[in-house]
Design a protein around this ligand. Structure first.
Ligand SMILES: C[S@@+](CC[C@H](N)C(=O)[O-])C[C@H]1O[C@@H](n2cnc3c(N)ncnc32)[C@H](O)[C@@H]1O
Length: 273
């Protein structure tokens, strides 16, 4: 949490073009205090948090990485609402099986599912014996995910977070994400991927899927507010210094939302060496 807060203070301050001195002046503290917050040596006093958030023009939640950038209701928030079934079904993705073969849960390995939706993959990992945390921006998705975990009799640490703001501050053994990385706006991508990479344990695995742009493939029917497909091969390039277990580019048919369409994606399994 400390590292996340530190990074966010620095990021939002720089985003506003404020120096550490200027922010310190607004808050009536020394610039050394701001510097220490930003390096994680100390944390701001609790009583100062609302003022700090105001000065950085964000909410306190957002400072801690737990708030949404969306003002309205997202496509998926609506899609996940209601009791009639699961939008993505309850069967785990094939990606989960590959993770199992690459890093079987001999000891309690930590998995993070980024943008877990209704939780079918996170719950599968928990059933296999992994120690699973999973986040999504959708409250309805998380409610369904918790229900699914309850029905399976497993515990998953589900929490609400925005992929734009959330940063890892402890290591995981498996970094997992399916169908979500395209939601990260391009200017944040390098920094977020660097944070993810830095927080995977030695010999840990990144199992990631990202949509890529192809001129001959139309935007999907799920009209997401933020849709920034990767360039072909870009996902692999981020992991050029890891051992690539498998990488492929795929074009496939999909009928989510009941409208037949096509996707292009990059699928990566890489091991930190
Ligand atoms: C295509 S779905 C994939 C869901 C799940 N990973 C799966 O494989 O079924 C995309 C997910 O990304 C989530 N999402 C979109 N923007 C997000 C953001 N900024 N932060 C966190 N999750 C986000 C949506 O709520 C949705 O659950």
């Amino acid at each position: 949490m400390r590292e996340m807060l530190a990074g966010n203070i620095s990021r939002y301050r720089k985003g506003l073009g404020l120096t550490q001195e200027a922010l310190a002046d607004k808050l009536g503290v020394t610039f050394q205090a701001v510097s220490k917050w930003e390096t994680g040596q100390t944390m701001p006093d609790t009583a100062l948090l609302p003022e700090l958030a105001r000065a950085l023009r964000v909410s306190v939640d957002k400072l801690f990485g737990y708030a949404a950038y969306h003002s309205g209701t997202t496509f998926y928030e609506n899609a996940y609402r209601g009791d009639e079934g699961y939008y993505w079904g309850v069967a785990p993705s094939q990606m989960c099986l590959k993770v199992l073969s690459l890093l079987p849960p001999g000891k309690q390995l930590k998995v993070l599912d980024i943008g877990c939706g209704e939780g079918q993959n996170a719950v599968f990992f928990a059933r296999c014996g992994y120690d699973v945390s999973a986040f999504d921006i959708s409250v309805a998705g998380l409610e369904k995910a918790k229900r699914l975990a309850g029905e399976a009799g497993v515990h998953v640490n589900f929490f609400k977070a925005d992929v734009w703001d959330y940063r890892l501050d402890m290591n995981v053994d498996v970094l997992f994400s399916s169908g979500v990385l395209h939601c990260i706006k391009p200017e944040l991508r390098d920094e977020i991927m660097a944070n993810y990479k830095a927080h995977v344990s030695e010999r840990g695995i990144a199992a990631l899927q990202a949509f890529v742009e192809k001129p001959f493939i139309a935007a999907p029917p799920e009209r997401e507010e933020h849709h920034y497909p990767f360039r072909s091969g870009q996902l692999f390039t981020y992991f050029h210094d890891w051992h690539i277990e498998n990488c492929e580019e795929r074009i496939f048919d999909c009928d989510s939302s009941g409208v037949p369409h096509r996707h292009a994606d990059n699928l990566l399994f890489a091991r930190k060496v």
